[in-house]
Design a protein around this ligand. Sequence first.
Ligand code: HEM
Length: 541
Amino acid sequence: MFLCLIRIPILDTTTGLAILSMALIILRGVFHWLRRSKRRFPPGPRGTYFFGGARKEIMGSSFLWLKYSEWAKRYGPIIYYRIRNQPYIILQNAKAATDLLEKRARIYSDRPNNIMFDKLVGSTNIMTRTKYRDPRFPKYRKMFHDELGARGGKAHWAVQEQEAKVFLMNLLDDPENFLLHTRSTASAAIMRVTYGYTPSRENDYFVNLIREWMASFVDAGRPGLWLVDTYPFLRYLPRWFPGAGFLAIAEKQKRMNEKILSTPINWVKKEMAAGRAASSFASKYLSQPNLSAEDEDIVRVVSGVMYFAGSDTMAWTLAAFFLAMTLNPSIQEKAQHELDAFLGSERLPTLDDKDSLPYVKAILKETLRWHPVAPLGLPHRLTEDDEYEHMFIPAGATVQPNIWQIAHDEETYPDPMTFDPERYLSRDEKHTQPDPMTYVFGFGRRICPGMHFAENALFLTIASTLAIFNIGKVLDEEGREITPEVKFTSGIVSHVEPFKCKATPRSSSAEDLIRTSIPGNHDAEGTARCLSKIVNKMRNE
Ligand code: HEM
């Protein structure tokens, strides 16, 4: 009787085909799942879909790279974990990072898909997040390479040398604010090159803009932070809905991105229209004939990225250098012997001197290793299933090098927390420790395109500072030396916690050398102040 109640539906062709396709998709999914479940994934913390495992440990840890380093001891150099449906691979030694991110760059050079940043904030046009297959990506890289690569970057040596001198002058006039000067020298070099704009020493509108922007997403890239990345439909929630606060955050970030990209380029356009634009990357490209709206937008984005990706990283590397010198007077003395023997007391170092000052160069390398300012680099995304050392790495995985761990691996760098430039100077190649420049700037086709510019600016500032100043500890009220603590912040760019040090000229002739080597300095300051007024006016318009 029951059977006669069952009606076998008569399907039309379209419905039949739809059901068949669905069945095939489900079958394919099951087959894929079965195939993958037999694969050996790299080791790592496991948990259920919602609870425990990696997410709990990650959310409970302020310094993600230290958590990963702890895992390196537990699980080995390649770690796999999942947060909800997103797989993560952490590469904890240079070999794995190079083997995958460099040697297999074809499939490891994408950036992760991210609903929060890509769809809600709309950041995919910003080069650090641009997808590997985006037609703009090679254009961005080429422009960067032409302007700041090893060859193209030579055109900016004069600006970099001038800015290093302005830094010395600022340090001489106002030594207590050395951290402020490290920030202003890093911003000034990159902003002059990019926009032909010289920021003022204090409270500059553009420089403050970057700081505000960087602060707005210190921890925003933390795995598993945004639920909308797992459940994309959440992006359609109304703003008033409980838990939809991320929509307001995304909107704010979007407005900030727009402001940081557009304000300086609009300033350049105004200067060009008024016929007084200084030569710069932006003015050079904007004055090309028949520029399409797309081309103009590319110039806007590349300029913006130069300015925000370049300034903080360099500033905080210099701050780490000051901390290292405050704590290591004997290293400082050794560098000064090298500088005095090579330069005498007649002149300041230039970029042509780089190869003649190996100890100073080693101090730069050791600063980059001791405190890598981008401890986890930027995340890559794998675009095809891959296998490495008999372990399966699934397509779509976010692949991230733990640069901090590579730089502090006890087997590679014995006593890794000690600041020791001699690591790179052993006569015996076997005992020379690896050059951190080979990994602190990232890997493969996403390697930092500002690395040559950064290396030059940092070398010059470090060499010039050591040639002219002694950096030492400040004294407390009872005349005892205060030893600063070695403490760093978390975030995409990690920096030293503010500390005090004393920068005093090594001699009166060293002081004279600064004053006589920048006759135009005060003019430059005057120009800067004047430009700042124009910008402030623009802001109020
Ligand atoms: C101490 C200085 C610097 C350090 C340590 C540093 C480090 C890094 C790292 C680790 C990456 C990620 C690379 C990867 O995904 O594998 C990166 C990317 C990038 N850096 Fe730097 N950087 C520095 C200075 C600069 C400067 C001065 C500029 C520009 C003038 C710059 C522009 C960029 C850009 C545009 C990217 C994204 C590249 C892409 O996605 O294709 N950086 N940097």
